[in-house]
Design a protein around this ligand. Structure first.
Ligand code: TXA
Ligand code: MG
Length: 338
């Protein structure tokens, strides 16, 4: 199949493909998603097949309005407050669904489903024109970093999906915050740009322990890393910039080509001969560039080790570190013991 690229002038054609049960990738403010008619189990199955995603991992239902959610789920007063405050935006809300409202293919057999109304106006137009919600997992092969640019999506899916709606690179760079509103207190299952500090004035305290990555752990064998956001090289987290020269010496001693992913300031201390990828100036640019950086190293497959700079796990830094630690399988550089 030839993957067609659509834009604002051809968004109606993209919507027609969704109505026809095809898969169309779409932009959001966080990462690109793989869209298909959420009311058509056969269409949703094509998304699992394209991503090689395990069938028990439920899909997000992506909507163009809160009214669309009301057709499928119970919107509690607290959930309505969240929608009013943060939608459209990078917050995915888990709600109890109405009996038999959604296919098991979408929910993974759960009585709940995750709903998200993205900021991207073109994507919302596509959903509105299609007249139905679309499933929206991140547009990456299962286990790989999420796609934040059209080139990433085509790298993973060219020829395997019917189309992609092109609206340039995504802004945030990591996926939405996922909040479970079916438990008390509400629980953040995945940190994102919408932080507990932003949620508190709207719905009070939320539980955050379900996504905690834990304190510094001893390095684990590369084979033990979880397959999530993982490039083919082993990522090693550099917690302290002051350890850079020790970490470079350690990486060199491993006898394999290695690279560094860090902010511009730290990169000034990395020898020019070392492959490096800039995370920009701060946690915001680092989050924006993280998945693109991990994918850049996959295009240079001789590199076997990537030293990647850490940020304090606060605010957006919690989302950045959650993804980075998963991509590293929790492997940290430690000054002693390596
Ligand atoms: O920013 C995003 O959320 C992107 C863009 C494309 O919208 N989408 C995204 O989808 O990241 P996905 O499928 O890659 O991640 C959704 C997460 C998964 O970890 C999934 O297990 C979880 O949400 N999830 C979905 N439905 C759930 C449910 N009913 N209960 C608990 N977790 C759920
Ligand atoms: Mg994903």
């Amino acid at each position: 199949m030839e993957t067609q690229v659509f834009d604002k002038d051809t968004v109606a054609e993209a919507a027609a493909l969704i109505r026809a049960g095809e898969v169309v990738a779409f932009p959001t403010e966080t990462v690109y998603g793989l869209g298909a008619d959420a009311t058509d189990p056969k269409a949703a199955l094509k998304v699992y097949a394209a991503k090689h995603r395990p069938a028990d991992n439920p899909l997000i239902v992506t909507v163009a309005s809160p009214e669309m959610v009301a057709q499928y789920a119970v919107i509690t007063p607290e959930a309505a407050k969240l929608m009013a405050a943060f939608w459209p935006g990078p917050l995915t809300i888990i709600l109890n669904i109405l009996p038999n409202a959604l296919s098991m293919v979408v929910t993974g057999g759960l009585q709940t489903a995750a709903f998200r109304m993205p900021q991207n106006a073109l994507t919302r137009e596509m959903i509105t024109l299609a007249g139905r919600p679309i499933v929206g997992p991140s547009a990456n092969l299962s286990g790989k970093p999420s796609g934040t640019r059209v080139a990433h999506v085509l790298h993973d899916f060219d020829g395997a999906i019917a189309g992609i709606l092109d609206d340039g690179p995504t802004a945030v760079g990591v996926e939405s915050t996922v909040i479970d509103m079916t438990v008390t207190p509400p629980a953040i299952l995945r940190p994102g740009e919408v932080t507990p500090a932003l949620l508190a004035p709207v719905i009070g305290e939320v539980a955050t322990d379900r996504h905690k990555v834990g304190a510094k752990e001893t390095p684990k064998a590369p084979g033990m890393k979880y397959k999530h956001y993982a490039p083919s090289a082993q990522v090693v987290v550099l917690d302290h910039p002051a350890d850079l020269s020790d970490a470079l010496a350690w990486a060199k001693a491993q006898g394999v080509p290695f690279g560094v992913m860090a902010t511009d300031e730290l990169l000034t201390k990395v020898p020019a001969a070392v492959a490096s990828y800039s995370l920009g100036a701060d946690v915001q640019s680092a989050t924006h560039n993280l998945f693109a950086g991990l994918r850049w190293f996959d295009l240079h497959p001789t590199i076997k080790l990537i030293l990647a700079e850490a940020f304090a796990p606060e605010g957006l830094g919690a989302a950045y570190m959650n993804r980075l630690l998963k991509s590293a399988g929790n492997t940290h550089f430690q000054r002693d013991g390596n």
